[in-house]
Write a protein that binds this ligand. Structure first.
Ligand code: FES
Length: 168
């Protein structure tokens, strides 16, 4: 008589334990679903070097697909990504650089930009003048890093064509 009782107790204990384990697992899964997965997006700001490392005129940064312009202590950055389908534009030096006022600020146009894919052409300030490109090239915000003084480009922060960073 005692043995079936023990067996019943054993099965009851086993079933109860399995039930508790299943509830615990489900509870943990429910709690985990409340915590969103962390997204490790690439940073949008990038250090591109000390101002002194940039020559007067234009420097192309292939990794960022970006042109940095320097005129003395004044800097600005223009995207090299064609606004048509995203090819990288190339800069062509103008034989006669042109002094212009762009959005109320002086700008010396030393280059124009040409897209090798479908022939879009841009002025030296990035304005689209011919070809299928629907918009001007983007200008990005530039600043100086507080820790080491490098130029910092914020690729998520488009600015107007009157933007300039003046360094000391
Ligand atoms: S991608 Fe530049 S013109 Fe088409």
């Amino acid at each position: 008589m005692g043995e079936p009782q023990n067996r019943r107790d054993f099965l009851l204990t086993l079933g109860t334990g399995a039930g508790i384990a299943a509830l615990g697992y489900q509870g943990a899964a429910s709690l985990r679903s409340l915590v969103p997965n962390v997204s490790y997006d690439a940073p949008t700001t990038v250090k591109v070097g000390l101002p002194a490392e940039f020559p007067d005129g234009l420097k192309f940064l292939p990794d960022q697909r970006l042109f940095i312009f320097r005129e003395g202590t004044v800097f600005h950055a223009i995207s090299a990504v064609c606004t048509h389908l995203g090819c990288t534009v190339r800069a062509e030096a103008l034989s006669n650089p042109e002094a212009r006022t762009v959005d109320g600020k002086a700008l010396r146009l030393t280059h124009r930009f040409l897209c090798p894919c479908h022939g879009s052409k841009y002025t030296g300030d990035g304005g689209n003048v011919s070809g299928p490109a629907p918009r001007p090239l983007a200008w990005y915000h530039l600043s100086l890093a507080s820790d080491d003084g490098q130029l910092v480009v914020d690729l998520a922060n488009e600015v107007g064509h009157d933007f300039r960073l003046t360094t000391a």
